[in-house]
Design a protein around this ligand. Structure first.
Ligand SMILES: Cc1cc2nc3c(=O)[nH]c(=O)nc-3n(C[C@H](O)[C@H](O)[C@H](O)COP(=O)(O)O)c2cc1C
Length: 144
């Protein structure tokens, strides 16, 4: 409890694991904005409404219509994700290493989630978390 309070009081906090607070923010905030770069450094950022926590060390999103993101990840797996709540001006940033999964339990669970919406999940991008930067709320009157 004391440790948590201390961590939250620091503006930038690097960790390779998602804290309970970071997981709560990711689960409550959509879409997340996924930034990638090609091998030559051409940047791309786009919203991913399917973004979610898998466990303390992994997040993931469904590839439904993400040609630029996928092309960049194939060339360069380093990604950064902005999870930002416009109501509080708080959130977190997650940096990590992405892999593209085309089969397996995680892919099937995303396919089952989006099938009722008639959305075809081509693959799943699973991100191993390497750094989490917490962004405490900046808007006046917002609670942590
Ligand atoms: C609010 C919002 C949420 C989205 N969520 C997803 C998503 O979870 N997965 C996906 O593949 N595309 C999603 N898209 C579509 C892509 O972000 C969109 O096609 C984008 O322009 C191209 O993606 P790219 O930059 O990755 O190529 C979403 C679009 C919007 C507007």
């Amino acid at each position: 409890m004391v440790a948590d309070a201390k961590i939250l009081s620091i503006r930038r906090c690097a960790t390779a694991r998602l804290s309970e607070e970071a997981k709560r923010i990711v689960s409550a905030t959509t879409p997340a904005f996924v930034a990638t770069a090609s091998k030559n450094g051409r940047p791309n950022v786009s919203p991913k409404g399917s973004f979610k926590v898998i466990d303390d060390e992994h997040v993931a999103f469904a590839e439904i219509a993400s040609p630029n993101t996928i092309a960049n990840i194939r060339e360069n797996p380093q990604v950064e994700v902005l999870v930002f709540n416009p109501d509080t001006w708080g959130g977190c940033r997650i940096r990590g290493r992405a892999e593209i999964l085309e089969s397996g339990d995680l892919v099937e669970s995303f396919r089952a989630q989006f099938a009722p919406m008639k959305m075809r999940v081509r693959s799943v991008v699973k991100i191993a978390v390497e750094e989490v930067v917490m962004m405490p709320p900046m808007k006046a009157g917002s609670k942590k």
